[in-house]
Design a protein around this ligand. Structure first.
Ligand code: SF4
Length: 327
């Protein structure tokens, strides 16, 4: 018999503002009747991709796949200047969904190049954001885990900058290491504040519950980091992509209170579905009977304006607005 009595959703979860705005831009373009494509999947989340698809938005892997004259949305990770130029050269209507924080990162990198620093970029090689950043600093040395750091040379003037979703502790540790490698070291802290807040709130939740479920893409570095933080806190944790992945009530052991958190491209509604699934699967008889109500209460307690999935008008209002526009 299940032992879970209640669920708690971490504060300040759901889409980060960068992902939310990129998704909204794609929706708005499609709703305005434009033939809309996103350059790469705007988020790695089946539900979001399906809802965009239903609105007429499809994703393409490369500019060569774009229909002539169509609208291409650049996702929050950003792209290289070369990709932008190529899009303009093809006569495509480009909508820039690059997150404002990533744009700031790109500008910082450009300045470091102009100032002649040897640049070390902490990031995951081949991550779209890192690929985009390298377009502004092709000579930057990309390093990821600590095993990589021996590759960093000793230079007179060095600069350290980071991909937005790298964990702050890793950035700080690398900065400390680089102090001994340069005469002049410039540190540009571009860890995104959303990432930091999410990690703080995940730790707070993990400390208050008996078990944690982290929701997000398997390959998402920021999601994996949330899982790792729960492990450090000492709270048993499961990482899943979505609610149907939960199928073993025994996984929750004797947990009475279960916490739920998610990566920056996981909509908060997915967290509520996972919360409900936990109660249905491993809840006490009373909690099972009230699974939907308890999950909705957890969502209500967690949802903040920052956690909303869209900044567009609510669906009925949107439909009415579209209807009015059509008249
Ligand atoms: S994690 Fe931060 S930098 Fe990255 S897209 Fe979201 S808001 Fe922007």
């Amino acid at each position: 018999m299940g032992m879970v009595q209640d669920v708690r959703i971490a504060r300040r979860t759901g889409f980060c503002y960068g992902v939310r705005e990129a998704v909204d831009k794609a929706k708005e373009a499609a709703d305005a009747g434009k033939l809309t494509q996103t350059l790469g999947q705007v988020v790695h989340n089946e539900g979001v991709v399906a809802s965009l698809h239903a609105r007429g938005v499809r994703s393409i892997r490369a500019l060569e796949d774009a229909d002539p004259g169509s609208t291409v949305v650049i996702r929050a990770h950003g792209v290289t200047p070369a990709v932008r130029e190529a899009a303009a050269g093809r006569g495509l209507d480009v909508i820039d969904g690059t997150c404002s924080w990533v744009i700031a990162e790109q500008r910082e990198l450009q300045k470091l190049v102009e100032d002649g620093y040897t640049i070390v970029l902490l990031g995951t090689p081949n991550h779209p954001e890192v690929i985009g950043l390298l377009g502004f600093a092709p000579e930057a040395i990309v390093v990821d885990d600590e095993g990589d750091w021996d590759r960093i040379p000793r230079r007179k003037r060095m600069a350290l900058i980071t991909q937005s979703t790298q964990p702050p502790w890793k950035f700080e540790r690398l900065a400390a290491r680089m102090v001994g490698l340069a005469h002049e070291l410039k540190i540009v802290n571009t860890v995104c504040p959303v990432t930091i807040r999410r990690q703080e709130d995940t730790v707070d939740t993990a400390k208050a519950v008996d078990f944690m479920v982290v929701v997000g893409g398997r390959s998402s570095a920021n999601t994996r980091e949330l899982t790792r933080l729960c492990e450090i806190v000492g709270t048993p944790v499961l990482q899943v992509e979505h609610a149907p992945d939960l199928d073993d009530p025994g996984a929750f052991g004797a947990a009475a209170l279960v916490g739920v958190t998610g990566g920056t491209s996981t909509p908060i509604e997915d967290l509520a579905r996972v919360a409900e699934r936990i109660l249905e699967l491993a809840g006490t008889p009373g909690a099972r009977a009230r699974a939907a109500e308890l999950a909705a209460a957890a969502l209500g307690a967690a949802a903040t304006p920052a956690g909303r999935t869209s900044s567009l008008p609510a669906e009925p209002a949107r439909v009415a607005a579209l209807g009015a526009a059509a008249r």
